[in-house]
Design a protein around this ligand. Structure first.
Ligand code: FES
Length: 240
């Protein structure tokens, strides 16, 4: 009904289902039938593009295009232009050098990241932070917001990626750092957070280095994540 209802979970599910590109169509600014849906969509797409980039996937595979229902020509122009751009990039992961099981893992981590309440919260604040400011009344410029959101996205994606990479495969922090393309000290910081939350445990050592593995119990948290995803997708399908 409105671009503001296009949840990042739906976007990531489209990529996971095999889409090589996703274009979100929205009304022109000031013309959303629900007032600010298209402005909220900007925040959702912005966060999702950052998640794609963190996962080593080209963010140009996701675009937001605004047009009115009277601009048929512009719609055709946007669709054909985007189709050509995606065709040039090729299948998802091919131009990025990420394929097979690695691509699957990164898409799952991305899907988990956009399903998590932390990213959902920052998406929801995108407009508010620009117009009304935070609880202290501080208004953020787009540049400041971008920097702040980048940090949150990087952290959340890394946490999700670590959890997936440790499933059934204990690893050292160094090995994780190599696989995840981030410095070891950052991996250690994330591991410490995950350990505190009960998602990972320290096990035996390999060549003198501690091995980390996924904890067996966190059913409640997983169930909550499932609920969030269902809420994002189920009601849309219910309207179909
Ligand atoms: S109705 Fe909200 S973007 Fe079109």
């Amino acid at each position: 009904m409105c671009s503001g209802r296009v949840d990042p979970v739906l976007i990531m599910e489209s990529f996971a289902a095999g889409a090589d590109g996703v274009m979100v169509g929205a009304c022109l600014k000031g013309e959303c039938h629900y007032s600010i849906g298209n402005l909220q969509a900007e925040g959702k797409v912005e966060v999702t593009r950052r998640v794609l980039r963190r996962m080593g996937l080209n963010p140009e595979r996701l675009v937001l295009r605004m047009m009115s229902s009277a601009q048929g020509g512009r719609f055709v122009e946007y669709v054909t232009g985007f189709q050509a751009a995606v065709a040039e990039l090729g299948p998802l992961g091919s131009s990025e050098g990420v394929t097979g099981a690695e691509l699957e893992l990164r898409l799952t981590a991305a899907l988990n990241a956009v399903s998590d309440k932390k990213l959902r919260w920052v998406e929801g604040k995108w407009l508010e932070f620009q117009e009304d400011g935070n609880v202290y009344g501080e208004i953020f410029t787009l540049h400041e917001l971008g920097r702040m959101y980048e940090e949150v996205v990087l952290d959340e994606c890394a946490l999700q990626e670590i959890r997936l990479r440790l499933k059934g495969r204990p690893q050292t922090a160094l090995a994780l750092s190599r696989e995840m393309r981030i410095p070891a000290y950052k991996v250690l910081r994330h591991l410490a957070d995950l350990r505190r939350l009960g998602f990972v445990v320290l096990g035996a050592t390999a060549s003198g280095e501690p091995l980390w593995s996924a904890a067996q119990t966190r059913e409640r948290s997983s169930a909550l994540e499932g609920d969030v995803r269902q809420a994002a997708t189920g009601s849309v399908r219910g309207q179909d």
